[in-house]
Design a protein around this ligand. Sequence first.
Ligand SMILES: Cc1cc2nc3c(=O)[nH]c(=O)nc-3n(C[C@H](O)[C@H](O)[C@H](O)COP(=O)(O)OP(=O)(O)OC[C@H]3O[C@@H](n4cnc5c(N)ncnc54)[C@H](O)[C@@H]3O)c2cc1C
Ligand code: SF4
Length: 328
Amino acid sequence: MNPFKYSRAHDTGAAISQAATTNGAKFIAGGTNIIDLMKLYIENPPALIDINQLNLNKIEVLSNGNVMIGTLVKNSDLAYHPVISQKYPVLSEAILAGASAQLRNAASTGGNLMQRTRCPYFYDTQFPCNKRVPGSGCSAIPGYNRDNAVLGTSDKCIATHPSDMCVAMAALGAIIHVQGPKGTRTIPFADFHLLPGQTPHLEHNLHPGELITSVELPALPFAAKSHYLKARDRASYQFALASAAVALDIQNGTIKAARIALGGVGTKPWRSMAAEQALVGKPAGHKAYQAAAQAALTGAKAYKDNGFKIELAKRTLVQALTKVGGMA
Ligand SMILES: Cc1cc2nc3c(=O)[nH]c(=O)nc-3n(C[C@H](O)[C@H](O)[C@H](O)COP(=O)(O)OP(=O)(O)OC[C@H]3O[C@@H](n4cnc5c(N)ncnc54)[C@H](O)[C@@H]3O)c2cc1C
Ligand code: SF4
């Protein structure tokens, strides 16, 4: 690990001004991703700003019914909070499907949003990787790419976004609140993570020095009828091969509204409006779910070792929809 400066911020303003005055400084929350990356020399920030003393660890229901989640809320606390487990089970289930209990106790909401890909070539500095060293090449495209993405890829990078929590938040249409040297702003979830395109090292829509302060979940009554399903190589402690976050509003057997996002297959948490549109107005049942799965994976591009993910993602989505909407 390279030497770095460590400081502890005691209020949000101080954290932001410290970040803005040291080029390349990073925040540290749970430390479960940034420290690993620093040990491997993948990230080499000159300074770490510890934000754990900030007063950003509350979950509050606003008067309009929206839920505000402070950036420092631990993944476990979020998953087990009664408002989340009862009104947004998809989010609770997604978080509990990720990592291990110990990691979830340390990992924060903001840190989970900002976690970096698990592409094996990104982690191995012996290999070229455009995300790690811009312009050096992508080892996964010609290499072993079983775990890589089939949606949103480019000729520069095919890394999947690793988060489970973010898949549920994408489906729920969360809003990210940030504060930076130029003030506060909000970012719709769909605009937060960037597609790799020609610049895979640019992964998110945060400006230098900006701090995520909270994530807002819109009040969505039908989110109570939701589910997260994760397919992976082993039952726990494993990133998704394919996953689906679904919520359905069904009235008298007809689907009135739907929310769908996929994980494990996209270069960012993958909300599928096409799949949602395929469901609306249709009778809840297998035929509609199959059509949604087909729509969700339209345009998917298989690479040498990961073509199986296209069928796996379709089946995962159909199974999740069946669990929420029932058979017909
Ligand atoms: C073995 C292992 C298995 C895992 N399995 C899964 C899994 O199956 N599913 C899954 O979803 N995740 C998994 N994870 C990832 C884990 O969820 C993340 O490491 C964790 O959520 C990151 O949160 P953190 O608070 O520790 O972030 P940190 O490591 O502290 O920070 C991560 C990044 O976020 C930035 N950051 C943190 N807070 C803020 C903020 N408020 N504003 C701006 N930037 C910020 C930091 O600067 C850093 O760049 C796994 C991790 C490990 C080590
Ligand atoms: S897929 Fe992306 S992260 Fe993986 S080696 Fe290629 S450029 Fe790097």
